[in-house]
Design a protein around this ligand. Structure first.
Ligand code: PLP
Length: 444
C-alpha cells in the first residue's frame, strides 16, 4: 500500500478508502501481488537445486489465499488435520501437503495417512506406534537440532528445551526403531524458529541436517523449515534471501553429490509469503487527550490482532484518511476491556475521530489468531486480485456468536425476550429463531 496522488492505494490501483467504503471496518485486506512478489523472490534466489516451497498455512488459511498460493506452484505445510482438509479442499494434491503435527495423538496421524499426505513425525513414542501400525507408509523425521534461534522465546522452537522434534542425539534410536519395524524414512526436517535474521543460522542448521542423514539411505528430500525474518518497520533487518539462496544452493548441490542422490530441498515459509501482503484497517472511535498521552482508540482490539500484546510485535500504523498530515505522537489502543495496546508513542499523521488507520504486516498470524473475545465479531477479509477488491470472508454476525451454543430450555423461562415462543426449540425456534424476532424490534 503506497501513497499515490495523496491517498493510499494497493498494487493495481485500488484505493484503500474505497475498499473500506464497500466493506466497512475493521477489515483485513491482502494484496495478492505482494504474495506473488515474495514467492518469486524466494524461488529465484535458488539456483540449480530442486526447490519446493511449502506454504506454512497456519499463517493464513483463507481458502482463496490457499488457492492463490497453490496456483503460484507451492506445496503446503499443515500442522493440524483441519489444515490438511482445508488444503485438499483448496485443491492441493495430497502428495504436495506435508503434515507436521506436534503432540497430536496417533489417531489424527492415521487420519492424515488415509488422506495420503506426507507425514512428519516429531517424537519417539509416535514413531514407535506408527512403525508398528503402518510400516508401509514412508515418514519424514522432524529433527531438533538444538539451535537457539528466532526473534522471540515464544517462537524459538529448535533448542534443547523445546517440545518440538526428535533430538539429533536420539537419531541412533530412531534408526533402531526404523530397522526393527521395517519403516521407510523419506525425509528429514527441522524448523528452528521465527524471525531469524542471519542467513548463517540456516547454514549452520543445514550442516546439522546433512550430518543427520547418515544411516538414512532412502531419503527423497530435506526440509529446512522456515523462520525468515521480514521487515516490520523502516530499518529493520530482514533475512537476506538472495544470500541464503545462493549459499544453500551451492552447499546443497555438494551435499547431494556426497549423499549420492539428488534430493529435493524444501522450505516452508509462512510469514515471508503473506506478512507484508496484509493490512488491517480500523476506524478511530475516540481521540482522548490525557495529562501525558494522546490515545487513539479504535474499533478493534487484541481480539482481532493479538501479536502486539502476545509477542510485543511491532506493526507500523498509518493514517489512511490523512496520509500526509502533520505527525503527532499517539498511543493506539483497542476497545477490549483490559489493557489493549497496539502501539506506544507512535508518530502518525494527525488523527481525528472517524479516521481510518492501517496496521501493516497484517497477513501472517493476525486474522488467524483472532477470536470472539468480548463477544465481538471477527473482521471481514478482502483480497486484492487483478486490480479488484474481492470479499473473501464476510464479517461475522450475532448468528455466528450464537452458532453451536445449545440452550437448556429450563433456563429460558424467566426472561421475557427468551420466553418468546420463537426461542423455544423446534422447527423455527432455538436461539436463532428468537433472534429473528429480536431483530424486528431492535437493530443488531
Ligand atoms: C513447522 C513450521 N514450519 C514453518 C513455519 C513458518 O514459520 P514462519 O512463519 O516464520 O515462516 C512454522 C511456524 O511456526 C512452523 O511451526
Amino acid at each position: 500500500m503506497n501513497i499515490e496522488n495523496g491517498s493510499y492505494h494497493f498494487r493495481g490501483g485500488v484505493n484503500a478508502l474505497d475498499v473500506v467504503k464497500d466493506y466497512g471496518c475493521p477489515l483485513y485486506i491482502y494484496d495478492s501481488a505482494v504474495i506473488k512478489q515474495k514467492y518469486d523472490q524466494l524461488v529465484n534466489a535458488f539456483d540449480g537445486v530442486d526447490l519446493k516451497v511449502h506454504y506454512a498455512c497456519k499463517a493464513l488459511t483463507n481458502i482463496n489465499v490457499l488457492r492463490y498460493i497453490k496456483n503460484l506452484g507451492a506445496g503446503l505445510d499443515a500442522v493440524s488435520i483441519q489444515e490438511v482438509k482445508l488444503a485438499l479442499k483448496a485443491g492441493f494434491a495430497a502428495d504436495q501437503i506435508m503434515y507436521t503435527p506436534n503432540c497430536v495423538g496417533i489417531n489424527e496421524i492415521l487420519e492424515a495417512v488415509e488422506l495420503r499426505v506426507k507425514i512428519n513425525i516429531d517424537n519417539i513414542s509416535i514413531l514407535e506406534q506408527f512403525g508398528q501400525l503402518r510400516p508401509d507408509y514412508p515418514v519424514c523425521i522432524r529433527v531438533n537440532p538444538h539451535i537457539m534461534a528466532g526473534a522471540n522465546a515464544k517462537t524459538s522452537v529448535g533448542h534443547i528445551d523445546s517440545k518440538f522434534g526428535i533430538s539429533v542425539y536420539q537419531l541412533p534410536l530412531v534408526q533402531r526403531i526404523v530397522k526393527a519395524t521395517n519403516m521407510k524414512v523419506n525425509g528429514l526436517h527441522m524448523h528452528t524458529g521465527s524471525g531469524i535474521m542471519d542467513a548463517e543460522v540456516f547454514l549452520n542448521g543445514a550442516e546439522i541436517l546433512f550430518r543427520a542423514t547418515e544411516g538414512f539411505e532412502e531419503l527423497e528430500f530435506l526440509d529446512f523449515g522456515s523462520g525468515f525474518k521480514v521487515s516490520y518497520k523502516e530499518g529493520d533487518i530482514e533475512t537476506d534471501i538472495e544470500e541464503l539462496g545462493k549459499k544453500i544452493s551451492i552447499r546443497f548441490k555438494d551435499f547431494c553429490e556426497e549423499y549420492g542422490r539428488k534430493l529435493t530441498l524444501v522450505f516452508e515459509p509462512g510469514k515471508f509469503l503473506v506478512s507484508e501482503a496484509g493490512y488491517f484497517l480500523v476506524k478511530t472511535n475516540v481521540v482522548k487527550q490525557t495529562t501525558s498521552t494522546i490515545f487513539a482508540g479504535v474499533d478493534s482490539g487484541l481480539n482481532h490482532l493479538i501479536r502486539p500484546m502476545f509477542y510485543d510485535a511491532h506493526h507500523e500504523i498509518v493514517n489512511v484518511t490523512n496520509p500526509e498530515g502533520k505527525s503527532r505522537i499517539y498511543n493506539v489502543v483497542g476497545y477490549i476491556c483490559e489493557t489493549d495496546t497496539f502501539g506506544i508513542n507512535r508518530r502518525i499523521s494527525e488523527i481525528s475521530e472517524g479516521d481510518i488507520l492501517a496496521f501493516k504486516n497484517a497477513g501472517a498470524y493476525c486474522w488467524m489468531m483472532s477470536s470472539n473475545y468480548n463477544s465481538r465479531y471477527r473482521p471481514a477479509e478482502v483480497m486484492i486480485l487483478d486490480g479488484k477488491a474481492h470479499l473473501i470472508r464476510r464479517r461475522e454476525r450475532i448468528e455466528d456468536i450464537l452458532n453451536n451454543q445449545v440452550e437448556i430450555n429450563s433456563l429460558n423461562k424467566e426472561s421475557n425476550l427468551l420466553s418468546a415462543p420463537e426461542m423455544k426449540s423446534g422447527k423455527d425456534g432455538g436461539l436463532l429463531g428468537g433472534l429473528k424476532k429480536i431483530k424486528e424490534t431492535i437493530s443488531l
